[in-house]
Write a protein that binds this ligand. Structure first.
Ligand code: BEZ
Ligand code: MG
Length: 438
């Protein structure tokens, strides 16, 4: 612990920067999560990520199994003992750097394929795990890769595509191999061959990033949820194909036909640095309501978030995780007082977090009414707090007021008329303040 503390406190940033500007040698070292890998400290090194071929590591494979097994157990417990036929998974680049490929390994374990490292630890080969050893059906996947993942890990996209195609081609009973079951059906319906139908690795077109759902939500530039869903489908439907590598090909038909079979959506939280409402990219990545729209029965899929920030990995539902985020940050006096001690910027943090919370209502319906109600109680109804926020940063306070009115207007928050009247009055007041009328 003492060693770690020394590394945390070591102050090499400016010294190294100056030496780098002088053209001197800077010691290289890995970047990443200091909790998972204390060797990333001290900072002020010539930081690098990892050799993409080295992941998933054996340790990542081991952790991945635990998370997927817990995810499957929870899904079965809540769905009458049924395995999910398909899980829509989000893969991020930074996560796979920090975890040495845990989410990559999770997908392989879902479809029942094992990465096989060579003598130098490079992972370029796969083996199908026999059903007897797997002990359950192969679960189908829809892999939603971020643009950053695509840029960093194109070889791993190749591996994942091969893994899925390997599973689809395994001549096993359909009730024990959902990848094959779905791919055979898609092949028939779409008039393509089995390997083309077994396309599951999607991302943006080359050079493009994100669904931009976050920008629409941040700027309130949307009328209907269907517009957000259309943005996602349009931007994230580019497929990697190991039979024709080198380009991301628009394949929205297969993307939609795979997504509509999803019983669950899933993404990882791998470090305590950022969580679901810290940044807008998490809700931007989430396809929960899209799946509900696409599914024949219109049913909302279960949504799960793995918390692997500690050694004891947890799988929680998305709404549990949003709740936990709200309780520990936005609604936690220790958190918001800490933020407000920064003055102007603290109010901006609060308003940003409220918008990110609204994003989870828009893309997944994952925010309980009480979260907005408590935000209103804490920051609006409390006169002293309300005046404090208004004085510290009238622009961000106005954004909080308009966001609360927006979540009500969009049907994400039911509250009393008197609460809404107060918000409308406050909006007028803060407008006057900003325009210098008062
Ligand atoms: C990623 O690491 O894949 C990522 C980073 C920032 C925003 C979204 C995704
Ligand atoms: Mg560098």
């Amino acid at each position: 612990m003492e060693f770690c503390l020394e590394q945390v406190c070591a102050d090499n940033e400016l010294g190294s920067l100056l030496r780098a500007l002088e053209g001197e040698y800077i010691l290289p070292g890995p970047g990443g999560d200091p909790i998972r890998n204390p060797d990333v400290l001290p900072t002020g090194k010539n930081m690098h990520a990892l050799d993409p071929q080295s992941i998933p590591t054996a340790a990542a494979v081991k952790s991945a199994k635990i998370v997927v097994d817990r995810l499957l157990a929870r899904q079965m417990q809540e769905n009458g003992g049924q395995y999910p036929e398909t899980i829509a998974v989000v893969l991020w680049g930074t996560d796979n750097i920090k975890t040495y490929g845990e989410s990559l390994a999770q997908v392989m374990w879902m479809v029942g394929v094992k990465p096989v490292p060579d003598a130098l630890g490079r992972v370029n080969k796969l083996e199908l795990i026999p059903l007897e050893e797997l002990g359950r059906p192969r679960v189908d996947v829809v892999i939603n890769c971020s643009g950053v993942f695509r840029d960093l890990f194109i070889n791993q996209m190749n591996l994942l595509d091969k893994a899925v195609k390997m599973a689809a081609e395994a001549e096993e009973p359909e009730e024990m191999n959902f990848v094959r079951k779905h791919a055979l059906k898609q092949a028939e319906e779409l008039g393509v061959n089995l390997r083309q139908a077994a396309t599951r690795v999607f991302s943006n077109a080359s050079g493009s990033y994100a669904a931009n759902v976050n920008l629409a939500v941040e700027n309130s530039t949307w009328e209907d949820e269907s517009e957000l869903q259309e943005m996602y489908l349009k931007r994230k439907s580019f497929a990697f194909n190991s039979d024709n590598p080198g380009m991301m090909e628009d394949n929205r038909k297969v993307f939609e036909s795979a997504l509509k079979t999803a019983d669950a959506t899933f993404q990882n939280l791998d470090s305590s640095e950022i969580s679901l409402t810290d940044v807008s990219h998490y809700f931007d990545s989430d396809p929960t309501k899209i799946v509900a729209t696409l599914r024949d029965d219109g049913k909302k899929p279960s949504s799960y978030i793995a918390d692997t920030t500690t050694a004891n990995a947890q799988v929680r539902s998305l709404s549990e995780t949003v709740r936990l985020d709200a309780r520990t940050k936005m609604l936690n006096p220790k958190w918001y007082e800490g933020m407000l001690s920064h003055g102007y910027e603290g109010v901006r943090e609060l308003s940003k977090r409220l918008v990110n919370t609204m994003g989870w209502s828009a893309t997944a319906g994952a925010v309980d009414n009480w979260v907005y109600e408590d935000v209103n109680e804490t920051f609006i109804k409390d006169e002293q707090m309300q005046q404090r926020l208004l004085n510290l940063n009238p622009h961000s306070f106005r954004k909080m007021v308009t966001t609360l009115l927006e979540v009500n207007g969009r049907g994400y928050w039911e509250t009393s008329e008197s609460n809404l009247d107060r918000l409308r009055e406050l909006y007028q007041q803060v407008e006057d303040r900003i325009e210098g009328i008062e």
